[in-house]
Design a protein around this ligand. Structure first.
Ligand code: ATP
Ligand code: MG
Length: 407
C-alpha cells in the first residue's frame, strides 16, 4: 500500500493517546487491508495494536519518552540501506524486529543492573531532563568473544521497540582511498534519518587499519569522520558500538562513548542459569545440570549454547529419553569434539577417560551433588560411588605428599 509507513506512524501516535474510537478505526483499517489481500500491512497493524496495548500495561510512558529521545521517520521493509559506491555492497542490515528469534540474554547480577540502568535511562528521559541532564546516547560494549554482546545490543533495541541499523565495520572499510570515510558519513546520515538504534559491530576493524603504514593517513581521516558523526548523532538516536579488542581502540574514540559496558565471561552461577535455560526442554534435574556445568568448564554463553544444542541433537539421534544415564553417555561422546586438553577442562578429560576419577572429583568439588544422582548417571552401585570417593581422597593425599616431598 502506498504511503503505508506514514499511515503506520499516524496510527501509532493516535493509538498511544489511548482513545477507544481511534483504536476501533485502526482495527477497521486492518480488517479492510486483510480483506483486500494485503496480509503484510494488516499484520503490521495487528502488531502495532498489540504492542501499544502491552506497553500500556507495562510502563505507560515508555514509548512517549523514547520518542523524544530518538527522532526520524519510521523504518519499513521498503527502505534500503546505503551501499558502498564502488562495490554496491550494503553498508548495513536493517532489522525491523530485533527481538524476534533471539533468546533473552542471561547475565550475572552486576551486568544485569548495569544494563537495566541503561534501559531505564533511555525510558525515563523526562526525569533526567527535569534534573537538567541528558540521557547518554552512545555506549560501547566490549568483552571476549561469544559473551552475548551483539545479542544484548539487539535485545536492548527490542526493549525500546526500535528497529536496528546494524553495520559491521569491516564492511565499511574499503580498499579505495577516501571511500571508508564516505561510507561512514553515509551510514550515519542514513541512521539519523530514521528512528532506530545504530549498532556498529566488530568496531575494532577500524583500528586494524593501523597495521598498514599506507593506511595511516586514511585512518586519521576515518577516525575524524567517526568522531564528528558520533557527536552529531547525539540527540537523534542511540548508538551502540561493539568490540572484542578494546585495547586496539583509539583513546579518542573510546572517550567519545558515554557508557563503557564490559560484557565478560559468565561466572559459575550464571553458566548454570544458562544451561538450565538452554536445556529447559529436557527437564533435567538440578544435580544433572550442575554436573554438566562442571564438565563444560569456564565457557562463554555462545559455547554453552553450542554444547547444549549438540547434546540435544545427540540425545534426539539416540532416540533415548533424557535420563541421567543417557545424558552422561551423550555428554561423554561430545567432549572429544570440544577440545578437552586444557587445564580447565580437567573434569571433561576425566569424564572421557577415567570414570571413577570423575565421580570422585565431582564429590569433592563442593557442588552439593547427591551420590544417588551419580549412581544413576553412571549406572553403578552406591558402593562403587563410595569407593570412587575414597580413591579420590587417597589420590589427592598422594599428590599433596608428592608436592611437599619435592619442596
Ligand atoms: N549472556 C548470554 N545469554 C544468553 N545467550 C547467550 C549469552 N551469550 C551468548 N549467548 C548465546 O550465544 C550466541 C552468540 O552470542 P553473541 O553473538 O551475542 O556474542 P558476541 O559477544 O557478540 O560474540 P562475538 O564477540 O564473537 O561477536 C547468542 O545468540 C546466544 O545464543
Ligand atoms: Mg558479536
Amino acid at each position: 500500500m502506498e504511503h503505508f509507513s506514514a499511515i503506520r506512524s499516524l496510527c501509532r501516535i493516535g493509538l498511544e493517546n489511548g482513545d477507544g474510537r481511534f483504536r476501533q478505526q485502526v482495527e477497521r483499517l486492518r480488517d479492510r487491508l486483510k480483506k483486500a489481500g494485503d496480509a503484510r500491512d494488516a499484520q503490521t497493524l495487528t502488531d502495532l495494536l498489540n504492542a501499544v496495548e502491552s506497553e500500556g500495561d507495562l510502563v505507560p510512558s515508555s514509548v512517549e519518552v523514547s520518542r523524544s529521545l530518538v527522532t526520524g521517520d519510521e523504518l519499513t521493509a521498503n527502505v534500503h540501506p546505503p551501499t558502498d559506491r564502488e562495490t554496491s555492497v550494503p553498508l548495513a542490515e536493517i532489522v525491523l524486529r530485533p527481538g524476534e528469534g533471539r533468546p533473552d540474554p542471561i547475565y550475572d547480577e552486576t551486568l544485569s543492573l548495569a544494563l537495566a540502568g541503561l534501559a531505564t535511562e533511555w525510558q525515563r528521559t523526562d526525569a533526567l531532563r527535569a534534573m537538567g541532564v541528558e540521557p547518554s546516547y552512545s555506549s560501547l560494549f566490549y568483552g571476549p568473544p561469544g559473551t552475548g554482546k551483539t545479542l544484548t545490543a539487539f535485545m536492548l533495541a527490542a526493549r525500546l521497540d526500535l528497529p536496528v541499523v546494524n553495520a559491521r565495520i569491516d564492511g565499511l572499510v574499503s580498499s579505495f582511498l577516501g571511500t571508508t570515510a564516505r561510507n561512514i558519513a553515509n551510514l550515519f546520515d542514513f541512521a539519523n534519518r530514521y528512528r532506530c538504534v545504530l549498532i556498529l559491530d566488530e568496531f575494532d576493524a577500524l583500528a586494524k587499519m593501523r597495521d598498514d603504514p599506507h593506511e595511516l593517513g586514511e585512518l586519521k581521516r576515518v577516525v575524524n569522520t567517526l568522531l564528528q558523526n558520533l557527536d552529531a548523532r547525539a540527540g537523534r538516536g542511540l548508538t551502540i558500538a561493539i568490540t572484542n579488542h578494546d585495547g586496539l581502540l583509539d583513546p579518542a574514540v573510546w572517550r567519545r562513548f558515554q557508557n563503557h559496558i564490559r560484557i565478560g565471561m559468565p561466572d559459575a552461577q550464571t553458566r548454570l542459569t544458562m544451561l538450565r535455560s538452554f536445556l529447559a526442554s529436557l527437564d533435567l534435574g538440578d544435580d544433572v545440570l550442575k554436573i554438566l556445568c562442571y564438565v563444560a568448564g569456564a565457557r562463554s554463553g555462545a559455547d554453552l549454547r553450542t554444547f547444549a544444542d549438540s547434546l540435544k541433537r545427540s540425545l534426539a539421534l539416540s532416540g533415548e529419553e533424557p535420563s541421567p544415564a543417557a545424558v552422561a553417555a551423550a555428554t561423554r561422546g561430545l567432549l572429544p569434539r570440544m577440545g578437552v586438553d586444557s587445564k580447565e577442562m580437567e573434569p571433561a578429560r576425566l569424564l572421557v577417560s577415567d570414570e571413577s576419577g570423575f565421580i570422585g572429583s565431582v564429590l569433592h568439588a563442593d557442588l552439593g551433588i547427591r551420590q544417588d544422582t551419580l549412581a544413576q548417571m553412571f549406572e553403578c552401585s552406591q558402593s562403587k560411588i563410595s569407593r570412587a570417593s575414597s580413591d579420590w581422597e587417597s589420590r589427592e593425599r598422594d599428590a599433596r605428599a608428592e608436592v611437599s616431598d619435592g619442596q
